[in-house]
Write a protein that binds this ligand. Structure first.
Ligand code: 5RP
Length: 220
C-alpha cells in the first residue's frame, strides 16, 4: 500500500454513522474517498460535502451521498491532503487548485484531519509555491501587489491556457522560498484587493496522519 493510501485509510477510521463528512481534493484525498465509498457500500450512513467538482464526481460514482454545503450548519469531520505541513501543523494547500473550497470546509469543521505522505513534512513552509486564488478582473494589478510581498509568481496554466478554479478564478503560484511567519503572510495576502483566498492553513488542523514508505504511520 502506498503511504498516501495508508494515511487516508487510517483517517477514515474516525468516521462514524450519522456524520457529515468533508471530502478533500487531490491524490491523497482520493484514497480517503475510495475508502469512504467502501464503508458506505458496507452500510455506513453519512452525508458528504465536497471541496471540488472532481471529488464530488468521485463521491457520486462511489455512491456516497453528497449534499450542498449551503445545507450544512457544521461539518463533523473533514479529511484532506496538503502540499506542506510544518511542526506546528500549519499547511500550504491548493496544489490541486481547490484551496478556497477546501478552506471553507476546514474552517467550518469540528475536526480537520490532514493526511500526507512523509515527503510533505517540512521544517519551514514555502519551498512549494503558495497558491493564491485571485479574481480575473484586472489581475495584473493583483499580481504586482503579490510580487511586492517578495515572491516570484506565475499564473497557473492548464492545457495552454490559464487554469480556472471551480469558482471561476485564477491561481497565482507564489514562490516565497521560505515562509517564516505564516500568520502575518496570511493576513497580508488576504488584505490585497483581488485576492480571494490563499493556501496557508493556519490553526485549522486537528490531527495530522503521516504515511511512511516503510508502511509506518505517525499521528500527531
Ligand atoms: C488541492 C490540495 C491538495 O490537498 C494538495 O495539493 C495535496 O495534494 P496531493 O494529495 O495530491 O499530494 O490542496 O487543492
Amino acid at each position: 500500500m502506498n503511504p498516501k493510501q495508508i494515511a487516508a485509510e487510517k483517517a477514515v477510521e474516525s468516521i462514524e454513522d450519522g456524520m457529515i463528512v468533508g471530502l478533500g481534493t487531490g491524490s491523497t484525498a482520493y484514497w480517503a474517498i475510495q475508502k469512504i465509498g467502501e464503508r458506505v457500500r458496507d452500510g455506513l450512513s453519512i452525508q458528504a460535502v465536497a471541496s471540488s467538482t472532481i471529488s464530488e464526481d468521485l463521491a457520486n460514482e462511489l455512491g456516497i451521498p453528497v449534499i450542498p454545503f449551503a445545507d450544512v450548519e457544521t461539518i463533523d469531520l473533514t479529511i484532506d491532503g496538503a502540499d506542506e505541513v510544518d511542526a506546528n501543523l500549519q499547511l500550504t494547500k491548493g496544489g490541486g487548485g481547490a484551496l478556497l473550497r477546501e478552506k471553507l470546509l476546514a474552517a467550518n469543521s469540528r475536526r480537520f484531519i490532514v493526511i500526507v505522505d512523509e515527503s510533505k513534512v517540512v521544517d519551514t513552509l514555502g519551498a512549494f509555491p503558495l497558491p493564491v486564488e485571485i479574481v480575473p478582473f484586472a489581475h495584473e494589478l493583483t499580481v504586482r501587489k503579490l510580487q511586492s510581498l517578495g515572491c516570484e509568481l506565475t499564473i497557473r496554466q492548464k492545457d495552454g491556457a490559464n487554469f480556472i478554479s471551480d469558482n471561476g478564478n485564477l491561481i497565482a503560484d507564489c514562490r516565497f522560498g521560505s515562509i517564516t511567519d505564516p500568520v502575518t503572510l496570511h493576513t497580508q495576502l488576504n488584505l490585497i484587493p483581488g485576492v480571494v483566498e490563499n493556501g496557508l492553513f493556519v490553526g485549522l488542523t486537528s490531527q495530522l496522519i503521516v504515511g511512511h514508505s516503510d508502511g509506518r504511520l505517525t499521528i500527531r
